[in-house]
Design a protein around this ligand. Structure first.
Ligand code: 5GP
Ligand code: ZN
Length: 108
């Protein structure tokens, strides 16, 4: 938990953010400023700044983020129409929240 991190606050339940899914490793919630009809964020509970900061120990977290994103796409009924999964990495890559998260967008 990093005190000044918005996503640490969310994963700790310190905000009114509704989780669409939660397990021991991660939570899933809607992006507050959606760029598509479906725009979800898959967010690990562990504070990791960005893809650049991943260690060997984080391999399972990333793998789980991707498989849960796949499951959420199915739940949202956008599996067969298709969707995008992406990470923005650091400022030049468009990252504005420095707590790792995977975007799931689709439903156009
Ligand atoms: P980034 O550009 O860092 O990859 O994406 C951060 C995303 O988090 C943005 O799409 C932004 O709309 C979303 N976001 C930022 N603050 C909040 C928040 O407090 N709640 C929710 N649900 N989404 C947020
Ligand atoms: Zn954090």
């Amino acid at each position: 938990m990093k005190d000044d991190c918005q996503f640490c606050k969310i994963v700790n339940g310190d905000t009114s953010t509704q989780f669409l899914y939660e397990n021991d490793t991660l939570v899933v919630f809607k992006d507050i400023n959606p760029h598509a009809p479906v725009h979800l964020l898959i967010v690990p509970k562990k504070h990791i700044r960005s893809i650049n900061d991943l260690t060997q120990d984080d391999k399972n977290i990333v793998s789980e983020m991707i498989t849960i994103a796949r499951d959420m796409a199915k739940k949202e009924s956008i599996s067969s129409s298709g969707y995008k999964l992406f990470f923005n990495v650091e400022r030049g890559g468009g990252q504005i929240i420095f707590h790792l998260h995977l975007h799931l967008v689709g439903g156009w």
